[in-house]
Design a protein around this ligand. Structure first.
Ligand SMILES: Cc1cc2nc3c(=O)[nH]c(=O)nc-3n(C[C@H](O)[C@H](O)[C@H](O)COP(=O)(O)OP(=O)(O)OC[C@H]3O[C@@H](n4cnc5c(N)ncnc54)[C@H](O)[C@@H]3O)c2cc1C
Ligand code: FES
Length: 248
């Protein structure tokens, strides 16, 4: 499997962060890259990481107990206070976009938040992550969850189709806030669908990715138009970024 969930145990005090923020991971002698926190903050934390290139391939080869470097937390979290006041929260995740949303989902479970509808799509049943958690999540009285895959297999009995096909299977609640994380092309179509359903641009929340070096607004490498993804984001409302060229 190309995706693993790693548990990190910082040497010094507990790392405090909020859902949506990220950290920079160094594999010594190889390089550094940004990753989302996928668990709630504690003495240890988790991140779910896909093998993509130099840093992640080196990470996948490390033994349990290896030393790595961690810098952070960085970036703006999901707007928790506004989400708490919403009528409903619709979470739309694609592929490896689910990890940052998992820490939001956990936050919603243990705090006084409104109902959440989780829509999750992956390429194939084998690409779905956190499958063992789904039953627990679905048992939560505040939570409804719908899952889809682009291409099923012999055992798959669920929905087949891209994640936006799940929008036909529930009614978008009035005054909902939508939070979406996934491949840029997926977020583009999720935003389009939400706008068609009458969700306001300021109520659509996305998390963007770009290549990063410093992680805290110094180098300018992560710029999209006037925004630095590491400092002004990675979490933005669609209202903020809708005029930035080439954003999706
Ligand atoms: C805020 C944030 C949070 C993230 N969270 C996660 C997460 O939770 N889990 C996760 O798996 N990933 C996450 N990512 C993505 C992850 O940081 C990237 O996949 C990162 O590039 C992996 O580093 P690498 O060295 O393994 O791959 P790289 O060696 O950087 O290669 C990754 C891909 O980028 C291509 N590439 C390499 N250099 C360039 C270049 N200069 N320009 C364009 N393309 C290039 C490579 O060909 C390859 O396809 C996150 C990214 C951001 C910005
Ligand atoms: S990564 Fe350096 S400014 Fe964003």
């Amino acid at each position: 499997m190309d995706v693993n969930t790693y548990t990190f145990s910082p040497d010094d005090e507990k790392l405090t962060y909020l859902p949506g923020q990220f950290f920079m991971l160094t594999i010594f002698g190889v390089g550094e890259a940004p990753f989302a926190f996928s668990s709630k903050a504690g003495k240890t934390f988790q991140s779910t990481i896909r093998k993509a290139g130099l840093v992640t391939e080196a990470l996948h080869k490390l033994e349990v107990g290896s030393k790595v470097g961690i810098r952070g937390p960085f970036g703006k979290p999901f707007p928790l206070e506004e989400l708490e006041k919403a009528n409903s929260i619709v979470i739309v995740a694609g592929g490896i976009g689910l990890p940052p949303l998992r820490s939001l989902i956990q936050h919603i479970f243990v705090n006084d938040f409104p109902n959440q509808i989780i829509l999750y799509g992956a390429r194939t049943p084998g690409d779905l992550i956190y499958v063992k958690k789904f039953e627990t999540w679905k048992k939560d009285p505040k939570t409804e969850m719908l899952v889809t895959v682009d291409k099923g297999d012999d055992k798959w009995k669920g929905n087949v189709g891209v994640v936006t096909t799940l929008f036909d299977k529930f009614k978008m609640p009035e005054n909902a806030k939508v939070v979406t994380v996934g491949p840029a092309i997926m977020m583009k179509f999720v935003v389009k669908k939400c706008l068609e359903l009458g969700v306001q641009p300021e109520d659509i929340i996305v998390s963007l990715e770009n290549r990063m070096t410093c992680g805290y607004g110094k180098c300018g490498n992560c710029a999209y138009g006037k925004f630095l993804v590491c400092k002004d984001g990675p979490v933005f409302t669609y209202e903020q970024i809708k005029d930035v060229e080439g954003i999706f």
